[in-house]
Structures are given as C-alpha cells and as structure tokens.
Design a protein around this ligand. Structure first.
Ligand SMILES: *Cc1c(COP(=O)(O)O)cnc(C)c1O
Length: 440
C-alpha cells in the first residue's frame, strides 16, 4: 500500500466529499405556494380553529403522523422546543428527576432543566452509544419521573429494555429522535417509540426546513397538552376541557407555513433518502469491519439507523497510536473525521457550578428537590472514554455521495492501518497531533 499522505505520500482524495443540502424543485414550489397565498403563519393564540395553525402546518402534521405510524403530530419551531413541550406535556416539573444520556446534543438535557427538573446522567453502551439500560436502572430513585432516550447518531436506543424499565417503574419515555428520522426498531419508526417522540427539522438533520421540530405521539392527552404548550395555552385552557392544567404555561413555539410546506416536500424524499443513506453506510461499515482494532457502527439487533453521523470506535491500546494521530492521518488522506463527538454534558459549566435558573441554584438547590445528584467527572466512564480517547465521527453517506466515495473513506482507513509502525515511529519522534476533542 502506498505511503501515508501525512508522511509525504499522495492522499486518497484531493477533493472534499460532496455535500448537498437536499433542496430542489419541490421545496422551491412549496415555498412559492405559501408566498403566493400570502399567509406566512396562520396561528392564533385564542379559542378559534386557527389555534391549530394554517393549512400547511396542519397538513404537515397529518402527513408526518401517517408516515411515522402515530395518531398525532404537533409541529414546533425546533426539536429543542419540541423536547421542552414533550417534557411539559408529560408533566415533568420541579422536584422531578429525568434520566438522560450525557453523550448527546446539549438540548436533550437542557430542556429538562428548562422544566425546572433535574437531569440524572446514565452511562452509554460502548457498542451503540445509546443509554445503557443497566446504568439507567442504577439511576432510578423515587423522584424519577421520565427517561429521555436519545437515538444517537440515528440508531434507535435499546427500546425493549428501556420500555421494560419504564413499565416496571411507572415512568414515561420521551424519545429524542432528532438524528433518527425514519430509522426503525422492530417494525416501528424512530420518533414513535416512546410515549412521545421529537424529530428535528434543523438544516443539519436528515430532512430539514431550516429550523423546525415535530412531536409525535399515540396519546391524545399528550398531543392536546403539547398543542397548548406550543401556543399560549393558558389563554384557552378552560375552553380546552383539559382536566389537568399542570405545565400549561404556553409559549410561542409555532412553525411557520413556509417551513411546514418545505417540511412536507422533504418528507416525501425521506423513504428513498433513508434507504440510500443506510446502504452507503452499510457498504462502508462492511469494509471497515475487516480491519483490526476498528469498530464501525454496531446496531441493536432490532434496529436500523439513519447514520446521521458515522461513528468509528478505535481500540487505541491495540493500535498503539493515539486517536489524534489517526484523525490527523485520515485528514491528510482527504477524509476528515472529528474526534469524540461531544464532551459529556455534565462536564459543562452549568452542571459543574449548578447555576441555571435564577441566582439560587434552581433546579438543584430548590425546596421542591430533595435528591442528591452527582455530576462529577467519572460518573459515566464509557461516555468519557468515547469522548476523550476512542470515538471518531463524520457526517458521511448523504447523496450525492456514492459507493465510490465510501470506498475512498475505507481506503484511507486501510492505508492508516497498514502504516501503523510508521505512525508509531512518527509519534515516537515527538510528533503529537493535538487533540481537538469535542463539539462543546
Ligand atoms: C439537533 C438535535 C437536537 C435539537 O434540535 P433543534 O431542532 O436544532 O432544536 C436535539 N437533540 C439531538 C440529539 C440533536 O441532534
């Protein structure tokens, strides 16, 4: 095999992997349809049919509900506000604990704090990076109210086990499916796997409308409560006939008609997009699996994935070189991978200093909360190891990328594996690739 680009050889690629935001004629037509009609949002925060939004919003909700096999969809202006709406609709509030992964985008946990509840971080499974059910079990207390299960990198969490825990302990599960739109667990779609699930329509995600979120549920009561939380619900609470007014402090989390119209066009692309992404990622994973000390994504046996991020775990001890050096060598081949995904969330200053809502330390230092939660370094050793030493991630496999592009990625890894002795020597000569671990 040829000499590594890092050591002066020719790179596998000289052009970056192609990126396309997946917008075309249907999205353009959808946006123009709304502009021609001239009503960019049709929500009213009062007892009126438009309390539920305009025609595009309502059609989008019906189409998402049908595509994901649930009775109800409630759109929001982001997945973050969707998660907060979902937690509020589930009754999460002051004094409650909610179990969540620390190895996810910050909003999976921050939305718990925004409900004045306390996030409790359970560790992740080192094969799938989703919540480790045995760690979740150890986090249960009498204050636990819900679990936020994140389908991280696009693969559904360990739902059989999580549902069994929730069932045994009377908990609700909020599914953060922001990265997983259309993945499956057994025969159900991600987003429909918990009591309530949330998709993201942020422009980085599988399908997009610039910004946006879609809450999915089979439970009519959760759907109704979510509609109120999304849109100034306290104004219409009495008219709504809702018995339980807990958390019905409405905000404005409304999606616009333009975004809803674009989301509908994007939804039509989703089935074929999902198949294409999955087949490219599986092609790459099959090639990488032949290499020693390299672990491409492994899914729960019942799951399929969107491969929102393609995660590669390195057995760094066996490799004898650091992850930073591997990343540097791959980047030199024209195949950049990021080190570590995210720093475990509890290491953020907000959790370390316990300073979130107000000056007195709410929700931790709060008369309603009588628990003791730890955010010390070391509480989730697997998440910390993935962040610090072992995981590489890259956004790969979206069209217009092809199997040829995936073959280039595989070739870059093969070159690095073939050159391990040279890389060890390179490190031994005092070269250290500085680690860029972590998106904040
Ligand atoms: C992107 C993301 C979110 C937040 O989505 P927004 O629509 O940007 O608010 C939440 N959770 C996870 C896991 C995400 O990847």
């Amino acid at each position: 095999m040829s000499r590594l680009a890092l050591l002066g050889g020719d790179p596998v690629r000289t052009t970056p992997l192609p990126v396309d935001r997946g917008l075309g004629r249907p999205e353009r037509d959808a946006a123009l349809r709304v502009l021609d009609r001239g009503v960019l949002s049709q929500f009213l925060g009062e007892d009126h049919p438009d309390f539920y939004g305009g025609p595009e919003v309502r059609a989008a909700e019906q189409e998402f509900a049908a595509a994901f096999g649930v009775a109800h969809a409630v759109s929001t202006n982001s997945a973050t506000t969707g998660l907060q709406t979902a937690l509020g609709a589930c009754g999460v509030g002051p004094g409650d604990e909610v179990i969540v992964s620390p190895f996810t985008m910050s909003a999976s946990a921050a939305t718990i704090v925004l409900q004045h509840a306390v996030p409790v971080f359970a560790d992740i499974d080192p094969r799938t990076y989703c919540l480790d059910p045995s760690s979740v079990r150890r986090c249960l207390t009498r204050r636990t109210r819900a679990i936020v299960a994140v389908d991280i990198f696009g693969q559904p969490a360990h739902w059989d086990e999580l549902r069994a825990i929730a069932h045994a302990s009377g908990l609700l599960i909020v599914e953060d499916a922001a990265q997983a739109a259309y993945a499956t667990y057994r025969d159900e779609r991600a987003g429909s796997l918990g009591n309530v699930g949330v998709l993201s329509l942020n422009y980085h995600k599988i399908i997009q409308a610039g910004e946006g979120g879609m809450l999915l549920t089979r439970d009519p009561e959760i759907a109704k409560r979510a509609q109120l939380i999304r849109n100034h619900g306290e104004v219409v609470a009495e008219m709504s006939g809702l018995a339980d007014l807990t958390n019905i402090v409405g905000s404005n989390y409304r999606l616009t008609e333009v975004q809803a119209a674009i989301a509908r066009a994007q939804l039509r692309r989703l089935p074929s997009l999902f198949e294409l992404r999955a087949s490219l990622a599986r092609h790459l994973a099959d090639r990488l699996r032949r290499l020693p000390h390299i672990h491409p994504p492994e899914l729960d046996e019942h799951a399929t994935s969107t491969y929102y991020l393609f995660a590669v775990r390195l057995d760094v001890e066996a490799l004898g070189v650091s992850r930073a050096t591997v990343a540097r060598a791959l980047a030199a081949e024209g195949v950049p991978f990021e080190e570590g995904y995210v720093r475990p969330i509890y290491l953020q200053a907000m959790y370390q200093r316990r300073l979130a809502l107000g000056r007195s330390g709410c929700p931790w230092n709060c008369p309603h909360y009588d628990g003791q939660v730890s955010y010390e370094a070391g509480i989730c050793p697997v998440a910390e190891r993935m962040w610090r030493d072992e995981l590489l991630v890259a956004a790969l496999g979206a069209p217009p990328q092809t199997t040829d592009d995936m073959d280039d990625v595989a070739r870059a890894f093969e070159k690095v594996m073939d050159a391990l002795p040279a890389l060890r020597e390179w490190e031994g000569r005092g070269h250290t690739a500085s680690s860029a671990a972590g998106r904040a």
